[in-house]
Design a binder for this molecule. Structure first.
Ligand SMILES: NC(=O)C1=CN([C@@H]2O[C@H](COP(=O)(O)OP(=O)(O)OC[C@H]3O[C@@H](n4cnc5c(N)ncnc54)[C@H](OP(=O)(O)O)[C@@H]3O)[C@@H](O)[C@H]2O)C=CC1
Ligand SMILES: CC(=O)[C@@H](O)[C@H](O)COP(=O)(O)O
Ligand SMILES: [Mn+2]
Length: 395
């Protein structure tokens, strides 16, 4: 029985993870559910899933949950950031699903890695921010990190076992790999007239053609910043050079990514666009369990198509690829700027097309000294957020 902590339990990945656990109750037990402020959702999850612990990072939310949870529920309610690090590191925990959205996921995810836990990594922003530090921590503790992000999970499944066992340090060239083909749908605005983008609303941006996801990642898909973050995520997980990584637009999201080998072979992982597949794969690796996802019906799929990315339509993608080439300081700045600009867009304080402008200005203007510690990363993240907020206030 694997004892699990779900970071981001009230979110979209949290729900898919709980659904996979529900399909396999004999193999997994929920030690702790973690969220920030969503008391209604956490209350419902506690009643349904009866975790040993429910952790609300926000202290007021924890207090409210304590008041609302029946006294005999058997669920202990905890709060606090340091307490969360202790929770994921506890000897009671085998596996941590890292699915908090954004930079807020960095510290608990890293704490789980440092404690040598099996980490199922959905929170791409933590790797984008901490890159080499994350990979070094993994190596030092022996933590097994498995990629939940559908593309990285597909790449992982399409690589040989020797590479799967050496995540972060693998030698793609040595394994005969010529390219990783990172697929992306192009989001809801793939074919919208370019001059309509500036008036797109949060509701339109969050209406992804294939996936049901949280609001931040949905906007990132619409700008293709999601693919940019994934490009950086792939760089770290698979130890790639820029030449080894290509982005391919595949509007149907049926192929979840591919690996092209020296001999001309291309291996891919396909499936219906449902995160329960990569989640189940990570939870049971190297075995296979029932995810609850319908088998892919090729007759219903019909056509699969592919396009080159258009950087005029998707400037955030080129910003991310350039930042990745520049180094970790640039990717930390870009991630922080993007979290602020996307949040402002979602609050109707910024036009859709201003997201890329704010991100680019931050990359050009925030001074970047070299990052050698977690404190440096957090300081650069904080400095960028402040600068991005100042820029937005002037618009
Ligand atoms: N959704 C998807 O299909 C995919 C998501 N991912 C990645 O997974 C992560 C989660 O995405 P998704 O599930 O869509 O996001 P959601 O917005 O649906 O959920 C976010 C979760 O994070 C929690 N959270 C937010 N801020 C904090 C904080 N400060 N402290 C603790 N918990 C916090 C939320 O809690 P509360 O509800 O209390 O605010 C919620 O549980 C992201 O990094 C995303 O990029 C990757 C691939 C696919
Ligand atoms: C499900 C998943 O992994 C998302 O990251 C997905 O990739 C988003 O779709 P896009 O390909 O449009 O970014
Ligand atoms: Mn993805």
């Amino acid at each position: 029985m694997q004892k699990m902590v779900i970071l981001g339990a009230t979110g979209s990945i949290g729900a898919s993870t709980l659904s996979v656990i529900g399909n396999n109750p004999e193999a997994y037990c929920i030690y702790a559910l973690v969220a920030n402020t969503n008391v209604d959702k956490m209350l419902a999850l506690c009643i349904e899933h009866k975790p040993s612990i429910a952790h609300m990072v926000d202290a007021d939310a924890a207090m409210l949950l304590r008041q609302r949870l029946p006294v005999n529920s058997g669920v202990e309610i905890t709060t606090g950031a340091a307490e969360l690090d202790d929770l994921v590191s506890s000897a009671c925990v085998d596996t941590v699903m890292a699915a908090i959205v954004g930079a807020a996921g960095l510290l608990p995810t890293l704490a789980a890695v440092k404690a040598g836990k099996r980490v199922l990594l959905a929170n791409k922003e933590s790797l984008v921010m901490s890159g080499s530090l994350f990979i070094d921590a993994m190596k030092a503790s022996g933590s097994q990190v498995l990629p939940v992000d559908s593309e990285h999970n597909a790449i992982f499944q399409s690589l040989p076992e020797s590479i799967q066992k050496n995540i972060g340090y693998c030698d793609l060239e040595g394994a005969g790999v010529s390219h990783i083909l990172l697929t992306g749908s192009g989001g809801p605005f793939l074919t919208s007239p370019l001059d309509s983008l500036s008036t797109m609303t949060p509701a339109q941006a969050c209406k992804h053609p294939n996936w049901s996801m949280g609001r931040k990642i949905s906007v990132d898909s619409a700008t293709m910043m999601n693919k940019g973050l994934e490009y950086i995520e792939a760089r770290w997980l698979f130890n790639t050079t820029p030449d080894q990584l290509k982005v391919v637009i595949h509007p149907q999201s049926v192929i979840h990514s591919m690996v092209q080998y020296r001999d001309g072979s291309v291996l891919a992982q396909l499936g219906n666009p449902d995160m329960r597949t990569p989640i189940a794969h990570c939870m049971s690796y190297p075995e296979r369990i029932n995810s609850g996802v319908e088998p892919l019906d090729f007759f219903k799929v019909g056509q699969l198509s592919f396009l080159e990315p258009d950087f005029e339509r998707f400037p955030c993608l080129s910003l991310a690829i350039e930042a990745c080439k520049q180094g970790q300081e640039a990717t930390t700045v870009l991630n922080a700027a993007n979290e602020i600009s996307v949040a402002a867009f979602l609050e109707n304080k910024l036009k859709f097309t201003d997201i890329a402008k704010i991100n680019e200005t931050c990359l050009n203007k925030v001074s970047m000294s070299s990052l050698t510690s977690l404190d440096d990363i957090i300081a650069l993240d904080t400095q960028t957020r402040r600068f991005a907020l100042e820029l937005i206030a002037k618009i």
